[in-house]
Design a protein around this ligand. Structure first.
Ligand code: ZN
Length: 221
């Protein structure tokens, strides 16, 4: 990370760091941002919610790159999000079949599948730390849209595209990988109790299940 930041300082090249998993990287990025360097960075739900001392041995469902680190590193990631050093949380959703995830940690496919529950895993961790739903929305929607130039979304406001989920943040549920929509019933969050039950989802103003467009949810043609 230090090498990359040195190169950014030398070249002025706009740089995005993906999958930050360690506190050391957060420290380097914090200093880089304080110096005004054009860097942005993200971490992922699995680095914020899992830790290497509490996952079962040989749990290939959580094999990913970089690997899951300990609670000390996890705390540093949350601090980095809270103070804006880390701009966002991205899913890094990487589904794989049971065949690909079979074997040992050394041989199994590296990648975590958690698209359907990642937002709620982060929400659960945030609420436990006294952070809010609004913080999670900023990391996983507003900042992400801004970062990649999707200027027609990323906020709830007239003229923007209405991609919305209506959730009950205090209602809890247990993740059952076999009940998720994913074709492969493997999930890094399997068995976790999470906050956030989704009651309705809108894609560009249309109810994702019924396809019915709600009156004023989308203004932009
Ligand atoms: Zn990745």
């Amino acid at each position: 990370m230090r090498k990359i930041v040195r190169l950014v300082a030398r070249t002025g090249c706009r740089t995005h760091i993906l999958h930050v998993s360690s506190g050391l990287s957060v420290d380097v990025l914090r200093r880089a941002k304080a110096e005004g360097l054009p860097v942005s960075a993200e971490t992922c739900p699995h680095y914020l919610t899992l830790d290497c001392d509490h996952i079962p041995d040989n749990a290939t469902a959580v094999k990913c790159c970089p690997p899951i680190r300990d609670l000390h590193e996890q705390d540093a990631l949350w601090a980095g999000l809270a103070d804006g050093t880390l701009d966002g949380v991205v899913t890094d959703h990487s589904p794989a079949s049971a065949d690909m995830k079979a074997g040992t940690l050394a041989t199994a496919w590296g990648g975590v599948s958690s698209l359907q529950v990642g937002f709620r895993a982060v929400l659960t961790g945030a609420m436990r730390r006294g952070l809010s739903l609004a913080d999670v929305v900023r990391w996983m929607s507003c900042n992400t849209a801004r970062l990649v130039g999707l200027d027609d979304r990323g906020d709830i406001t007239p003229v923007l595209r209405a991609d919305l989920a209506i959730i009950r943040p205090y209602e809890r549920f247990v993740v059952d990988a076999t009940a998720l929509e994913s074709r492969n019933p493997i999930c890094a969050c399997d068995g976790m109790t999470l906050n956030g039950v989704v009651t309705r989802t809108f894609v560009a103003g249309r109810d994702a299940l019924s396809g019915v467009r709600e009156g004023n949810l989308i203004v932009r043609p």
